[in-house]
Design a protein around this ligand. Sequence first.
Ligand code: ATP
Length: 199
Amino acid sequence: MAGRRIAVFGGTFDPFHLGHLAVAVQAREGIRAEEAWVVPAGVPPLREPAHAPAADRLEMCRAAIAGTPGLRSLDLELRRRGPSYTIETMRDLASLHPDLELWVVLGADAARHVDGWRGSRELLGRFHFALVNRAGEGAIHREEALALGFRPDRTRILGIVSPNVSATEIRRRAAAGEPLAGLVAPAVARLIAERGLYR
Ligand code: ATP
């Protein structure tokens, strides 16, 4: 019998916004996973450092998903030293949960760069992938996914509907003191205001 499925959704989540929430919920539904685990990066590799401290980003993830069944957030990338490589996270999760079938959730943008990721061969050969296309973004199709190295028997392509929000725009609005309602969960907007994040 195939193991129980878990969708694993990593990102910088600086901050976690309603687009991210839509991905987590719809990826879980799309692959019929028992849960989706949201994994904020401690130190994001391959990009500029995060603006908000890792502990605040984790707390914003927790606040955003509280009350949504089947979602949880994990702090394992915050507890590890050095850059948060997905392969290391997936190895850790696989050894902690040998009974689970782990699915990595990737946006089309991330999927197109997987070749350059540390341990990409192991990642592609060992785990399952839910590749997420959102309306308005260059969608990834099956042929392209296979050419990128995703395995036909381990890969699903999902179309999702998500609000067109970006963390960059949210940080800009927070810095300018503009409202964040409708872009992030209310509890996340409160944390940003109380802690003066992104000022
Ligand atoms: P930034 O604006 O800081 O670059 P980001 O949201 O693009 O932020 P991450 O926090 O690392 O970056 O996001 C994780 C993943 O979430 C990304 O790979 C992206 O595919 C996806 N994502 C981001 N925004 C949306 C959105 N509005 N709808 C659906 N997916 C999204």
